[in-house]
Design a protein around this ligand. Structure first.
Ligand code: PMP
Length: 351
């Protein structure tokens, strides 16, 4: 703290990201990265940028990336916004769309970045409890809300909502902006993007970090009504920012266009998840139904913090959250087949 700080800064409690360990040998199942590499076509496209063209500024509108997203989803470029990871897209969305006299509603167990953005942009919020089974109950997102955001599938629970329930919310709350954060949608949930043409209050945010294995490149996007995209663009342009550099623009387009690599790798992750769930259940774990590239699980006889520590001693990193109600759970990213096997061997020895 310093006398030179703006008063707001002393009230902020910044986001604490999952550990990025220095030791390469660790089996890293703590931050939901994709165990398979990005599309080889994306790597080639990025390598082609490593030359004289880096003298030049990138396209400020990221037009080719927006066109690729638009083509995939049957919308127009004007319906698409891109940013430096979906975290940046969300930051612009919080600033542009979510501050109203009534509070922003989001689930009480959810992406822990949301309260951080609320602090940063001075947004009043209400955290709405999950139901008994750790599901989001959209009926609770009532007239008290000035805006709504939730991940689908939710993080860190992995539970997904059916599209019909999301559509019912959009109809019931057509007076407020609703953001669906679909970071993990490709691993088993239904995207709400087809609804944007009918619901001008809906913004859907996705990322290339998970199902396209480009967490290190930092590319995310939002799809919504032109007026919502314009609001985000105004905020972005106020920062005079080029969200995507030339390498990221080239890599993102190629990754989006390589449907085959996308399908193969995501199906492999889904198959590994299903196999992992069955074997963890056989070890006595209670595993929440997951539509994501991670599972959220607890063991009735073993303390989660201790299990995480013992796994770490065996060079396996998983995520443990200290928050009440979920402090007995572990969130475990789906690794490749060998990593899943190593995890199961370690869990079998520890339980
Ligand atoms: N939303 C959710 C729910 C997430 O879990 C994450 C990843 N931590 C993000 C958004 C942000 O991902 P990225 O910035 O890599 O796109």
């Amino acid at each position: 703290m310093s006398q030179f700080w703006s008063p707001l800064v002393s009230t902020l409690s910044p986001y604490v990201p999952g550990e990025q360990p220095k030791i390469a040998k660790l089996i890293k199942l703590n931050t939901n990265e994709n165990p398979y590499g990005p599309s080889p076509r994306a790597i080639t496209a990025m390598q082609a940028q490593l030359g004289d063209s880096l003298r030049l500024y990138p396209n400020a509108e990221s037009s080719t990336v927006r066109q690729a997203v638009a083509a995939m989803h049957g919308v127009s470029e004007a319906n698409v916004f891109v940013g430096n990871g979906s975290d940046e897209v969300l930051a612009h969305a919080f600033a542009a769309l979510l501050k109203h006299p009534r509070p922003l509603y989001f689930p009480d167990i959810s992406y822990s970045f949301y309260p951080v953005y609320c602090g940063l942009f001075d947004i009043a919020f209400k955290q709405v409890p999950l139901d008994e089974g750790f599901g989001i109950r959209l009926a609770d997102y009532d007239e008290g809300a000035g805006a709504i955001i939730f991940p689908n599938p939710n993080a860190p629970t992995g539970r997904a909502l059916p599209l019909a329930e999301i559509e019912a919310l959009l109809q019931a709350r057509s007076d407020v902006p609703v953001i669906v954060d679909e970071a993990y949608v490709d691993f088993g949930a239904e995207s709400a993007i087809p609804l944007v043409v009918r619901y001008p209050n809906l913004l859907v945010v996705q990322t290339l970090s998970k199902s396209r294995s480009l967490a290190g490149l930092r590319v995310g996007f939002a799809v919504g009504d032109v007026a919502l995209i314009e609001a985000l663009t105004r905020v972005k342009d106020s920062f005079n920012s080029y969200p995507l550099d030339r390498i990221a623009q080239a890599g993102a387009v190629a990754a989006l266009e390589d449907r085959e690599w996308f399908e193969q790798t995501r199906q492999r992750i889904i198959a590994s998840r299903e196999a992992l769930v069955v074997r963890m259940q056989a070890l006595g774990f209670e595993v929440l139904p997951s539509a994501a590239n991670f599972v959220f699980a607890r063991h009735p006889q073993h303390d989660a913090a201790q299990l995480a520590a013992k796994l770490r001693e065996r060079a396996i990193l998983v995520r443990h959250f200290r928050s009440p109600r979920i402090d007995q759970f572990l969130r475990i990213t789906i690794g490749d087949e060998a990593q899943c096997e190593a995890l199961l061997q370690a869990l079998a020895a520890l339980t």
